[in-house]
Design a protein around this ligand. Structure first.
Ligand code: AMP
Ligand code: FE
Ligand code: FE
Ligand code: ZN
Length: 285
């Protein structure tokens, strides 16, 4: 049974609607997906409906943006109550800051002579979607400045690049507490993906574990073999579960559904712990 607990739809920076994502999962033989859009839960209901039709169980999730002294951390939250005031407040604050930040990045790029503006960047995203750098990338592709998202990230949108602007995000220990308060199960996404930018040192992960972190995402495309093993060893030392997932973004990234997976045992533990939202979609195994 293929279980893939990290995917994105057009409610953030994926390219497929939640229902199209579920159809893709079904076609790929994936039996369980978690829909984990960045900082938003608005895609859950549509994914749920499509999951019932296509025989795909949808675990509700959110990939919560965090910042540990400027270092980006992504925290997957499974089965949280998205209306829990503290969680909802943090997510809304992040989404608003992402919008201002994208506007500023767009202005910096436009000031350098690229014919883009914020309206065009915004039009790359569905209404209400969490905005991110991939939407600027899509605008740059549209004007022919770069061939694809990947090229935009390596040449213009990199964290150390000339146009990068940061946005508000809670620190990861606070986020772990908040996710748990909302009944969710927190798992740190791609903890050692150094190719994306700086990663936190183990002391931060220790503190997250102390706060109640449930697991580490070890099997992920952005981890090499040594990083996967390091994650497995650290999880064992800290008594954390281990997950694996694709981080699918539709055509926005090469990641394919089901390319990394989570065991049924770990999924069962997540379902047993998560109390914030109901399991959606087809009956979970
Ligand atoms: P942001 O959250 O706005 O800082 O943008 C980060 C997002 O950009 C990540 O969630 C990825 O989905 C996406 N991203 C990062 N690097 C790349 C890349 N090389 N190609 C395509 N998408 C990327
Ligand atoms: Fe993303
Ligand atoms: Fe991520
Ligand atoms: Zn992701």
């Amino acid at each position: 049974m293929i279980i893939d607990l990290h995917t994105h739809s057009a409610h953030s920076d994926g390219t497929e609607s939640p229902s199209a994502l579920v159809e893709s999962a079904s076609a790929a033989g994936v039996r369980v997906i978690a829909l984990t859009d960045h900082d938003v839960s608005s895609g859950w209901a549509e994914a749920d409906t499509a999951g019932r039709v296509h025989g795909v169980s949808v675990l509700p999730g959110i990939e919560v943006s965090c910042s540990a002294d400027g270092i980006t951390v992504h925290l997957l939250a499974y089965l949280p109550d998205p209306e829990h005031p503290a969680l909802a407040g943090e997510l809304e604050r992040s989404r608003r800051s992402r919008e201002t930040r994208l506007q500023r990045m767009t202005e910096l790029i436009a000031a350098d002579g690229y014919p883009i503006d914020f309206a065009q960047v915004r039009s790359q995203a569905a209404g209400g979607a969490t905005l991110g750098r991939p939407h600027i990338a899509d605008a740059l592709v549209e004007i022919g400045a770069v061939p694809d998202r990947q090229a935009a990230f390596t040449t213009m949108l990199a964290k150390r690049g000339p146009y990068y602007v940061s946005h508000y995000a809670p620190d990861p220990v606070t986020a772990v507490h908040t996710v748990i308060a909302a009944g969710g199960v927190p798992v740190m996404a791609h903890p050692f993906a150094s190719a994306r930018g700086d990663v936190v040192d183990d002391a931060v992960i220790d503190a997250m574990a102390e706060a109640g972190l449930f697991g580490l995402e070890a099997d992920h495309r952005d981890h090499d073999q040594a990083q996967r093993q390091y994650a497995v060893d650290l999880a064992e030392r800290l008594d954390l579960a281990v997950t694996g997932s694709s981080d699918y973004h539709g055509s926005g990234k090469p990641n394919r559904l089901g390319e990394n997976t989570t065991t049924p045992e770990v999924l069962a533990q997540i379902i047993a712990r998560g109390t914030g939202s109901t399991v959606l979609g087809a009956a979970l195994p």
